[in-house]
Design a protein around this ligand. Structure first.
Ligand SMILES: *Cc1c(COP(=O)(O)O)cnc(C)c1O
Length: 334
């Protein structure tokens, strides 16, 4: 399987580093914990979406598009990075945001990604009226065509088969690093939501016949629904490339025990996980995705789900700008 002929633009300096977390590992007294710094993908404060956008923008340019249309929740990291990539590549960007999380203070409505979105060339508006997001995207694409531009629509956090290529190559990159650095990794853990990150990793690990166990900790859907979403996306992605191997449904494992009340609403465990990582390792994570995944990892370690002598690689998917949006919801005291 090779993705070398698939259109791709360079938006980041790869590989992202893998770092050992000695103080967290010692504190939890269990597995050795490493972090892969996909928050450091460089573009406009980084995050996992940049890897997907390298392929999605490659596809857009290949199709001669000059206007990118995308959507997300108001504090979406994805929309920030689509806007930044559009600026970097000299493309127009139309962004449709949805206020879906029931937090209504000034910080949430105006700071974080909402603030950053405005720095780029994007035309930003909120979903209003009776249209569904699909109808609104369709209408926007139509208007772009009518003014003589060529639209390219990026849906669902870039978790389309083309976007998923970004995490197939991330898995290849990661396995290469693990081998070169003589690391013995038993588990990879990361936050999952729109599914492209996990689907790509599942494919990349299956290609290498890796024994590393992959666990996605979910930020929104129940376990079964998210596993299906990721599995189906992986199958669709594999149809686009010449894969000489299969993946099994059992390769997709999701834990949805750490969502809390709803997507985007803070939990006590997430808040504590953010403080623990900041105070032990000087690292920042985000409240919506990586923070809940960390809370899950820490809780599972405390329940002795992993062997004491095993090693875990946590993929930091970024999202730190979200911290500012949640400044009234997060406590900085343990
Ligand atoms: C989007 C996002 C995720 C989830 O990745 P998916 O590919 O959508 O499953 C995790 N962490 C952060 C910070 C994100 O922005």
């Amino acid at each position: 399987m090779s993705l070398s002929n698939v259109p791709r633009v360079s938006l980041t300096n790869l590989p992202t580093p893998i770092e050992y977390l000695p103080r967290l590992s010692e504190h939890l007294g269990g597995p050795q914990i490493y972090v892969k710094r996909d928050d450091c993908t460089g573009l406009a404060m980084g995050g996992n979406k940049v890897r997907k956008l390298e392929y999605l923008f490659g596809d857009a340019l290949d199709k001669n598009a000059n206007t990118i249309i995308t959507h997300g929740t108001s504090q979406s990291n994805h929309t920030r990075l689509v806007a930044a990539a559009s600026s970097k590549l000299g493309l127009k960007c139309e962004m449709i945001l949805e206020h879906r999380v029931d937090i209504n203070d000034d910080a949430y409505l105006k700071s974080g990604n909402v603030f950053l979105n405005q720095f780029f060339n994007a035309d930003i508006r909120y979903l209003s009226g009776d249209n569904t997001i699909e109808q609104e995207l369709e209408k926007t694409a139509q208007a772009v065509l009518e003014r003589g531009d060529v639209p390219y629509v990026i849906t669902r956090g870039g978790s389309t088969p083309v976007g998923t290529f970004g995490y197939v190559t991330a898995a290849q990159e990661l396995l290469h690093q693990v081998e070169n650095q003589n690391l013995k990794i038993d588990h990879i853990i990361h936050a999952t939501a729109s599914g492209g990150t996990q689907a790509g990793l599942v494919i990349g690990l299956a290609e290498a016949i890796s024994k590393i166990k992959l666990l996605g900790i979910c930020a929104n859907l129940p376990k079964e629904a998210q596993e299906k979403r990721v599995y189906n996306l992986a199958l669709e992605t594999m149809k686009l490339i010449d894969c000489g191997f299969n993946i099994a449904r059992e390769n997709v494992v999701v834990n949805s025990d750490y969502v809390g009340d709803a997507y985007g609403l803070p939990t006590k465990k997430m808040n504590n996980a953010l403080l623990l990582l900041a105070r032990l390792e000087g690292l920042l994570f985000d409240p919506v995705y990586s923070g809940k995944a960390l809370a899950g990892m820490i809780d599972l370690i405390e329940q002795n789900v992993f062997g004491k002598s095993e090693s875990i690689l946590f993929i930091h998917t970024g999202g730190e700008p979200g911290l500012f949006a949640y400044q009234n919801e997060l406590s900085v005291n343990f």
